[in-house]
Design a protein around this ligand. Structure first.
Ligand SMILES: [Zn+2]
Length: 100
């Protein structure tokens, strides 16, 4: 599987699906590569502001990540993801992702 190992860009699920089935699928958005692609610079102020809004949205319970992205559509998705990843890593919230 050298193609898979060497390829540093692109979704892992996509590469694996292509390797085994020859089919092209959309980037999953949740593998380590998709996540790391979303790692971008974010200031502490921005983080706190987005984090506050995300927590405001989901304080009533689990919500779809997609719904959060739509609700905060004025903010860059990558930044929202970064905040969500942090909140998930801290196990503050449980979020689900809409099946595509
Ligand atoms: Zn992926």
């Amino acid at each position: 599987m050298t193609g898979y190992i060497k390829k540093t860009s692109g979704c892992r699920s996509m590469h694996i699906a292509h390797y085994f089935t020859g089919l092209k699928i959309n980037a999953c958005g949740i593998c380590d590569h998709c996540i790391s692609e979303k790692v971008i610079a974010i200031s502490r102020e921005e983080f706190n502001s987005i984090s506050g809004r995300v927590q405001e949205i989901i304080k009533d319970g689990a919500l779809q990540v997609d719904e959060i992205l739509v609700t905060l559509k004025g903010i860059k998705k990558e930044k929202i993801w970064k905040v969500i990843e942090y909140l998930l890593a801290e196990e503050k919230y449980r979020l689900t992702r809409m099946e595509k």
